[in-house]
Design a protein around this ligand. Sequence first.
Ligand SMILES: [Fe+2]
Ligand SMILES: [Fe+2]
Length: 244
Amino acid sequence: MPTISVQDTVGQLVAQRPARSRVFEGLGIDYCCGGKKTLAEVCERKGLDGLTVLGMLTALDASEAGSTPGAVHALAMTMGELADHIEQTHHAYLKRELPRLEAMVGKVAKVHGGRYGWMLDVQRVFGGFKEELEAHMMKEERILFPLVRAMEAGADAAQGHCESVVNPIRVMEMEHDHAGDALAEMRRLTDGFTPPTDACNTFLATLDGLKALEADMHQHVHKENSILFPRAVKAEAELRERIG
Ligand SMILES: [Fe+2]
Ligand SMILES: [Fe+2]
């Protein structure tokens, strides 16, 4: 394991060792959409001491917990394998969870929205989030990921696609930022997904589901923004150099 420094980006730090995301989640550090910032930059912005956080990461690396058996090592995958993994894990999760949570959020907003008006705002934010994310996944599955797989298959396959990966990637990153904003808004509205003391089981399960959705999205966007997309940009530049 190479030594780490406060000049490493938070995205790189998690890419090298996925368990480090737990330290960042605990401190409220955004390592997915904000993955391009260095540890020094995010700490300064949040009023944290960079060297202390670095010490927490190093301690985690040295501990048993830092090894996370069964964790997916996205860095060891080919781009095609990573695109497959993202579709089979994170996209499949969203396709299952978004309709289920939509129904639950709707039910809770209808029954408890009078007393807990913020649930009506959660319903509105969730509706927009779901719609945009469904369109976003479709673009990745139909345009960007096939382009990445073709590029990896070699120059011949990629020559059929005249479009550069840079443009769709820029759009995907913007959409990730937007999804991240919606999740942050839902976190704020629900006071960190905390249920009211008299919450019924559906209310509890809904907030729990939204919290799990946020955690899965952080992992998902991290794998795209910090691992798959930079590799695709680099691979395209190398390919263009080779084929002139
Ligand atoms: Fe995705
Ligand atoms: Fe995405």
